[in-house]
Design a protein around this ligand. Structure first.
Ligand SMILES: Cc1cc2nc3c(=O)[nH]c(=O)nc-3n(C[C@H](O)[C@H](O)[C@H](O)COP(=O)(O)OP(=O)(O)OC[C@H]3O[C@@H](n4cnc5c(N)ncnc54)[C@H](O)[C@@H]3O)c2cc1C
Length: 389
């Protein structure tokens, strides 16, 4: 039987970042980083749209993403001269109808207060900036002039995984199938192969399956997998300056090299948890929902060809589509890093840092994540992020 001071369940971007920053903060204890999917084939991390933005409604979410932006800006200092994640800083353009304007403006106030470089422009100004855009039904848009864009999620994850190799971490390839408790403490994790790992502290970094992992310790966490399909399409015309555009319908698209990615067509109304085995993209969404919107918004997209698609699972917090960060208020050695609901890739470094500070120093130092604490889950008190894309 092995014993670890810290066991992290889930070794993709969030789990790896927690391990990385624990060592950066000087955590001297033993760390096990457990994952059942060593290639991360089904992780949200590798199936994501790999984009980063400042356009959130909640200040803490803006700060978490700004931390990651700071990391992107000094990537080589942090990870070495050959570190490169192909960050394309093309911005986000969030379009709004007349009806949506008050929310767009309120969000913009929060973003400006955090120093984010976002500008609101009316439809005429937007068409001057992006002549390929149709202003039909659009009142205005919020555009990120810097600090927003996309990158290579695999390269980003590999930077952390590679850096961990020299940091005395035990990588364990196994599924966690049980968590033992002794009253108000978790004491061990049980693996599929029958092994029992005693644990001083357990961090839940299981992404879309965080609710299931919490349930192993008899702890309720309203995080479940929600399937999201992403389609790749080709268009004759190229728009190198195109940002990631979010249509008022919720559909988003962006360039990816010489092709484009599009998604966001799922309706959340009446939606339930995804089947954990179901990674089949829903092609009907492309034909019925996505294509007509693309053709309206960018007339040059009338003649496009979808070439492939994939589906991933959002780590969806059904209470308020926002992260749950920090310890359980009673079971204090069980720590959440969950529920990012589609924006966890860009927040992972900041969350890793925050959790490391909490474990090593007993309090948050860089970014106060108390607002994301589990207390609100228990009290059924949503802390809602309005810009869930
Ligand atoms: C289609 C799509 C688009 C997205 N786009 C973006 C975006 O543009 N920007 C952004 O910031 N975020 C985006 N996200 C969200 C982002 O991908 C997630 O929030 C983030 O990757 C969560 O990271 P994670 O490490 O917590 O979860 P994951 O990457 O899912 O990793 C969790 C890991 O836990 C392991 N695990 C789970 N249960 C167990 C168990 N019982 N035992 C052992 N191991 C276990 C899994 O194997 C997995 O590797 C998107 C997600 C999807 C699906």
């Amino acid at each position: 039987m092995a014993r670890y001071d810290l066991v992290i369940i889930g070794g993709a971007i969030v789990g790896s970042s927690v391990a990385y920053y624990l060592r950066e903060e000087g955590f001297p204890g033993s760390i096990a980083l457990i994952d059942r999917d060593p290639q991360f084939t089904y992780a949200a991390t590798t199936l994501s749209a790999a984009s980063i933005r400042q356009q959130f409604s909640i200040s803490e979410n803006i700060r978490l993403s700004q931390f990651t932006l700071g990391l992107f800006r000094r990537l080589k200092e942090e990870f070495g001269a050959d570190a490169d994640i192909g960050f394309r800083e093309n911005g986000y353009l969030i379009l709004s109808t007349d009806e949506g304007l008050p929310v767009l403006r309120a969000n913009h106030i929060a973003q400006e207060a955090e120093g984010a470089d976002i500008v609101i422009e009316d439809s005429e100004a937007l068409v001057r900036r992006f002549p390929w855009l149709s202003p039909e039904g659009i009142a205005a848009g919020a555009f990120g002039r810097s600090g927003e864009g996309w990158f290579d999620a695999h390269a980003y994850l590999q930077l952390f995984r590679k850096a961990l190799r020299t940091k005395k971490i035990d990588f364990i390839n196994a599924a966690v199938t049980g968590i033992e408790r002794d009253g108000n403490r978790v004491v061990a994790t049980l693996l599929e192969n029958g092994e029992r790992l005693e644990a001083g502290t357990v961090v839940n970094a299981a992404g879309p399956y965080a609710g299931k992992v919490s349930a192993l310790a008899d702890i309720m966490l309203p995080v479940e997998p929600r399937k999201r399909s992403v389609f790749v399409f080709e268009a004759r015309e190229k728009f190198p300056d195109m940002p990631l555009i979010v249509d008022p319908s919720g559909i988003w698209w962006r360039p990816e090299g010489s092709v484009y990615l599009v998604g966001g067509a799922e309706s959340e109304e009446g939606e339930t948890a995804a089947d954990p085995q179901d990674f089949e993209p829903d092609w009907s969404l492309f034909e019925e929902t996505i294509w007509p919107i693309l053709a309206t918004r960018v007339p040059a997209f009338e003649a496009i060809k979808a070439t492939r698609a994939w589906a991933g699972h959002y780590d969806y917090n059904t209470l308020d589509q926002n992260a749950v960060i920090g310890p359980h208020p009673d079971i204090k050695n069980f720590i959440f890093a969950n529920g990012f609901s589609g924006h966890g890739l860009q927040q992972a470094p900041a969350v890793g840092r925050a959790i490391a500070e909490l474990i090593v120093h007993g309090s948050y130092r860089t970014i106060d994540c108390s607002a994301f604490g589990y207390e609100r889950i228990r009290e059924n008190r949503p802390y809602r992020e309005l810009n869930v894309i």
